[in-house]
Ligand binder design. Sequence first.
Ligand code: AMP
Ligand code: GLY
Length: 423
Amino acid sequence: MKVLLIGSGGREHALAWKLAQSPLMTEFYAAPGNPGIAEHATLVSVNVDDHDAVIAFCKDKAIDFVVVGPEAPLVAGIADRLRREGIAVFGPSAAAAQLEGSKGFTKDICARYDIPTGAYQRFDNAPQAKAYIREQGAPIVVKADGLAAGKGVTVAMTVDEALVAVDDCFEGAFGEAGAEVVVEAYLDGEEASFFCLSDGKHALALATAQDHKRVGEGDTGPNTGGMGAYSPAPVMTPEMVERTMKEIIEPTMRGMAESGYPFSGVFFAGLMITANGPELIEYNVRFGDPECQVLMMRLKSDLLPLLLATANGTLDQVKAEWNEDPALTVVMASKGYPGSYEKNTPIRHVPEAGEGAKVFQAGTALKDGALVATGGRVLNVTASGKTVGEAQSRAYALLDKVEWDNGFCRRDIGWQAIKREKA
Ligand code: AMP
Ligand code: GLY
């Protein structure tokens, strides 16, 4: 099978590493990829925003299957275009990708199909949003409707903070994404991420994870795309997984199909485990980054048939087997991230990892043959272990062999789960 992978992050390196192990793979390309992905696939310089160019490449190489990593090309309709051309693709249509692209869309699906989530209202102007906030009181959550690179959400502990967030949105702090605002009830509990494949009719639960969004130790400081993650999430007991499937995933899948947007791809459900059970915070329509890295470390089954079954509507005919051992990943980022940081700093050494460990690359590039850091999040040092604690020790032991002066990481990834293990 000839496969094209779209994307260039740590998530895509993890997907590439796993896909390349498939005996079904005959030719493997990645666009644009990165030096880590180049260990497994041939990099091609097709501009993925240019759908005509992607189609032309696929036809030229007789690509059988395209795997889309990030959300932006999905929201831009790349999966629709590939399907129209008769090329199998892993990833939802633009219409179904609204589950990630519009928070208001998702909330309306939840309301219509009785999916547990915080009570909410949608607004297209500041005065009405503010009146609603004053009526509801704090804590309360204000969200820009569209894609805002993870920055469009304010969890406001006071009414004043929420009112400022409303002004920020409507004054253009998040561009077009803030032209509409969702105000929703604050949910109290422990967060977890749940991943589940859907072919539109059948769902196949994958695994759970927890990430660390804040840049600083003890989960402090500004939000990032994620500074580390581990799988499974201890709070996601078999009962919680079963409830999430019945109360959240299955009604979403049914609701999307009934609404005319059957969902084919991966549901990445951000959950709050409240006193009432799992409630939906948000959906993403692609694997998490860095959550994907720990999922791939734990997946025993061949990934390629699972993604193909998702694309072909035959998810009821496949099974996913998982290693029970937890996996943990630590993100190494450029000093200054998530603010401004220096680019093209040299990475002198990336250690080889043995069984059950791997350094995945995200924002890296080759310059005159030498590896440099080009992005905010740069390396994802990943390891498994008998416990989260052991996975953490192995990951940091590997990380300490990385030679990159401009890199930093949190030293406490997994602390919540490890505290539980020690209790
Ligand atoms: P999102 O971009 O929707 O994932 O939101 C970013 C973060 O804001 C989430 O991971 C939560 O920590 C927090 N958050 C979002 N919505 C709520 C809510 N309704 N109640 C409490 N926290 C929330
Ligand atoms: N780590 C969170 C995300 O991929 O959105």
